[in-house]
Design a protein around this ligand. Structure first.
Ligand code: FAD
Ligand code: ZN
Length: 480
């Protein structure tokens, strides 16, 4: 990575000193060992170096730091919880960049239960926002396995998905207003609490999913929802993968659109979970190949209709041959136990050796077709490969992962990553899908962006980047 007109050494040292004085000792880390966790990504796929880690405590401090960076063309990498899966939050190896870590900006600024909104600083941990909303008897529906560590600024910057998308949308759908420090150090105050505002370009969405390349999100106004009062969670065995699409469609219609999650799970995922996750076991007596984890919720207290509708749905679906069997949670503890099966899949893949992952989407109605075709292509390309497919089928988003054939060396398997990626992503493109449904681009998928997006789309993205960040100091080398 190169940055135009990099500052000379003495000038740069003076600029870093100014930044240090802006954030004070509490906001400054330059010891190599202390910086380690900020320059390494979760899975250690990317390890970089940084000139320093800067931890500002307010929007004003962020703005001042960025202004100095702009003046001296010091590149910076915004960082939230550093749980991103595409290497967007870690610096490159040059050591020229500073990491701007948002963890100290973790205040809930205000909550307005009647407007169903909450205003938070970008460094708030997602789980803390969920709790703050719950304390006000409201739901903040964004939910993912990293929620105890990831921050809302990171969630918005990656337009995170998770398990609630089917009902509530992606992170970008949950935001009404943003406060952003632009690459020149100015603050864009767009902290709107309005649900209707048709006054020109909607700049919010520029920064959602931009992965820190257009500015630093410092605060956000988020949408809240009524708290769910009752739910039905079931692990449902299907006769084949095709059945999941009509089942979802019927479930939505028959329950007053109460389906809040609909997750496909192939049997191999459960085998891995039972083998490697203590405290899990098969809730069904017979072994099946295809499952969905379905959750219905209602916000109406004391509503018995949900349970009745659910039972009728299951009866009808069994009659129609869409469902073979189901384990239905009778209480919250059992529901959590079923969710644990789904949530333990990524972790339980690890002891099975090297994996190659695809986070793709196609139209919901084409998910079974995609999984079947992609599985055949993988088995042909590498006999014995273990296809570990699961995911948010209600959003058309499949985590189409591969584990190495039993007995194969990790290195030999990983060496074929690009070849296998290309086969899967070509198929996805043919089906009009996306090669990155929820984890973004970062550093990992930049080549794919150029390969699979239309040249016009890539050109528009580059022009927006150049317009806002002409000196390319804001997370350079990521996304575009
Ligand atoms: P980081 O990893 O710190 O940063 C991600 C990107 O956003 C980087 O490019 C960074 O520069 C930028 N960024 C961070 N904060 C800011 C800011 N304030 N302003 C501007 N740019 C910023 N993702 C999903 O979508 N769905 C899932 O279900 C899901 N499950 C996961 C499960 C696990 C166990 C793990 C480890 C990850 C999972 N992820 C998932 C990926 C990851 O958690 C999300 O991408 C999350 O939104 C990242 O948030 P973060 O705060 O960790 O951001
Ligand atoms: Zn996911």
């Amino acid at each position: 990575m190169t940055v135009a007109h990099a500052p000379r050494r003495p000038e740069r040292a003076a600029a870093l000193e100014r930044i240090r004085s802006i954030v004070g000792a509490k906001g400054w880390i330059d010891d190599a060992r202390d910086m380690e966790r900020y320059v390494t990504e979760e899975r250690a796929m990317f390890r970089g170096r940084a000139a320093a880690v800067v931890r500002p405590a307010s929007t004003e401090e962020v703005a001042k730091v960025v202004a100095v960076c702009a003046e001296h063309r010091i590149p910076l990498v915004p960082q939230g919880g550093n749980t991103g899966l595409c290497g967007g939050s870690v610096p490159f190896e040059s050591g020229d960049e500073i990491v701007l870590s948002m963890g100290r900006m973790n205040r809930v600024r205000s909550i307005d239960p009647l407007n169903y909104t909450i205003e938070v600083e970008a460094g708030c941990i997602l789980a803390d926002i969920q709790r703050a909303a719950a304390d006000a008897d409201r739901l903040f529906p964004l939910s993912l396995a990293a929620e105890g560590t990831c921050q809302i600024g990171g969630n918005l910057s990656t337009n995170a998905g998770g398990t609630g998308v089917l009902r509530y949308g992606n992170a970008r759908d949950l935001v009404l207003g943003l406060e952003v420090v632009l690459p020149d150090g100015r603050v864009l105050d767009w902290l709107s609490r309005l649900r209707k505002d048709n006054t020109g370009y909607d700049l919010r969405h520029l920064f959602c999913g931009a992965e820190g390349t257009l500015g630093i999100i410092t605060a956000a106004v988020l949408k809240l929802f009524p708290m769910p009062r009752d739910q039905r969670t079931a692990l449902i065995a299907l006769p084949n993968i095709e059945a999941c699409v009509p089942l979802l469609s019927k479930a939505r219609a028959a329950t007053g659109d109460a389906v809040t999650a609909f997750e496909y799970i192939h049997r191999i995922c459960l085998d891995f979970v039972f083998r490697h996750t203590p405290g899990t076991s098969d809730p069904l007596t017979e072994r099946h190949t295809h499952y969905v984890l379905m959750e219905l919720t209602t916000t109406a207290a004391g509503d018995t209709a949900l349970g009745e509708r659910f039972e009728k749905l299951m009866e009808q679906a069994m009659e129609d041959g869409l469902v073979l069997d189901a384990a239905v949670a009778q209480n919250e503890a059992q529901s959590k136990q079923l969710w644990k099966l789904r949530e333990s899949i990524p972790e339980s893949q690890k002891p099975e050796g090297a994996s190659i992952k695809h986070d793709v989407s196609v139209a919901v109605s084409r998910v079974p077709d995609f999984v079947e075709q992609a599985t055949k292509l993988m088995e042909a390309a590498m006999p014995g490969v273990r296809v570990v497919a699961f995911g948010h089928v209600g959003d058309g988003n499949v985590h189409f992962n591969l584990n190495k054939p039993v007995g194969m060396e990790d290195e030999a398997f990983v060496a074929r990553r690009h070849e296998l990626n290309a086969i899967v992503h070509d198929l996805v493109a043919e089906m009009g899908g996306s090669f990155s449904a929820e984890h973004g681009i970062g550093r990992l998928k930049r080549d794919e962006l150029v390969r699979y997006k239309s040249p016009v789309a890539v050109d528009v993205m580059r022009r927006i980047k150049a317009a806002l960040d002409p000196d390319n100091i804001m997370n350079p080398g990521k996304v575009v």
